[in-house]
Design a protein around this ligand. Structure first.
Ligand SMILES: [Zn+2]
Length: 369
């Protein structure tokens, strides 16, 4: 299994880098403009038509043109789908680097720029040292109000031992952000309040419509995004901390989940990044040698985790129509997940004995923050 990590470092604002960023942004803008006028959005068509013209006009290394072409094509596609007008780009777009355009060593990175290769000193904080024997893959230079940053991704192959430990299921849901089959509840209440606060502020600012309110709106949306990802980091950390190497974590494949959980969940699915939560769980687990499996969530919410027959859900509770078993509905779903096989579309084919304690009365809600 491959594990990937991104480290973020501040770098000096060298004029060669800034110049390259600006030139690169001009290239993206140029290709997008050409594509927009001619109605071409396909990356390869754009490349064939404009690659040589762009290189001549902008004198920029080919790798940047290829990347600019990709970004332009993506933007044009979304413009086409959303039927919005001609795309406008920032003056300094994030500048991507790969193995051909950057090399990494402990105290510096060597970056290709429009002025040739330059060495940029870096200082790696101690908490990143553990990744230094991983292999550097790509990098991105980003300009923000706080300066210039380089984000470098490192990857490593990790051997996951044969599954010989416990298996837990994790259900993501409306009433709780996540519930594990070990009866850990990650509460969404505090998060809900935060979201409502953000929503009220957003509505107010949108109604105003002034320049400064728009600026504030952008700032708030960034804050909201960071808040959500902080919560997701927090929950995933707590979940992974309950497992050891050799254990298995079973999660639902979020594709097709819409039909399964209903309209109320869809609202939350759009508002909450469950996919990000699963991604965080996955990468934290992989690093610890824990296997993660995504399964088809078909009937995990509707079936009884004791007898497998269908039941009903009301106000966060599941009641089995057959055996009368009743419990928190998210917990019931997590029990069902813990029993699932890794094969999609197979219902209740157990791989391992799921780790489900007998006494449900010991369930303790865990507040995520
Ligand atoms: Zn039952």
């Amino acid at each position: 299994m491959r594990s990937v990590v991104t480290i973020k470092l501040k770098i000096p604002q060298k004029k060669e880098i800034l110049e390259t960023m600006e030139r690169y942004s001009e290239v993206v803008s140029f290709i997008a403009d050409k594509g927009f006028k001619s109605g071409i959005v396909n990356r390869y068509e754009l490349h064939n038509l404009f690659y040589h013209k762009t290189r001549e006009k902008f004198c920029i290394p080919s790798q940047f043109v290829i990347n600019a072409n990709r970004v332009a094509s993506q933007t044009l596609k979304s413009v086409k789908t959303n039927k919005s007008g001609k795309p406008v780009f920032k003056k300094c777009l994030p500048l991507p680097f790969d193995k051909r355009t950057f090399t990494f060593s402990f105290d510096k990175v060597r970056l290709t720029t429009v002025k040739g290769r330059i060495d940029v000193p870096i200082e790696i904080p101690e908490y990143y040292w553990k990744y230094l024997d991983w292999s550097p893959q790509t990098a991105q230079v980003i300009k923000s109000g706080r300066g210039l940053f380089i984000h470098i991704t490192f990857s490593r192959n990790i051997d996951i031992p044969c599954s010989n430990g416990k298996t837990i299921g994790i259900d993501v849901g409306i009433n709780h952000i996540a519930v594990t089959s070990e009866r850990k509840f990650f509460n969404g209440n505090k998060v809900k309040n935060h979201r409502l606060k953000f929503k009220r502020l957003r509505t107010k600012l949108q109604a105003k419509g002034t320049q400064s309110s728009k600026r504030l709106l952008r700032k708030i949306s960034g804050q909201e995004k960071r808040f959500k990802s902080w919560v997701n980091h927090n929950i995933s950390k707590q979940i992974v901390n309950t497992c050891e190497a050799g254990d298995t974590i079973i999660m639902e494949n979020l594709k097709g989940i819409r039909r399964n959980k209903g309209r109320k969940f869809n609202f939350w699915l759009h508002g909450w990044n469950f996919y990000q939560l699963q991604t965080f769980i996955n990468y934290k687990a992989v690093r610890k040698g824990i296997r993660t499996v995504k399964v088809n969530p078909y009937l995990t919410s509707q079936a009884c985790s004791k007898c497998g027959k269908l039941g009903t859900r009301s106000k966060g509770f599941f009641v089995c129509s057959h055996c009368g078993y009743s419990l928190n509905s998210d917990l019931n779903a997590s029990y069902n997940l813990a029993k699932r096989d890794s094969m999609p579309d197979h219902v209740s084919a157990a791989v391992n004995q799921p780790h489900i304690p007998d006494d449900d009365s010991k369930a303790h809600p865990v507040n995520c923050g």
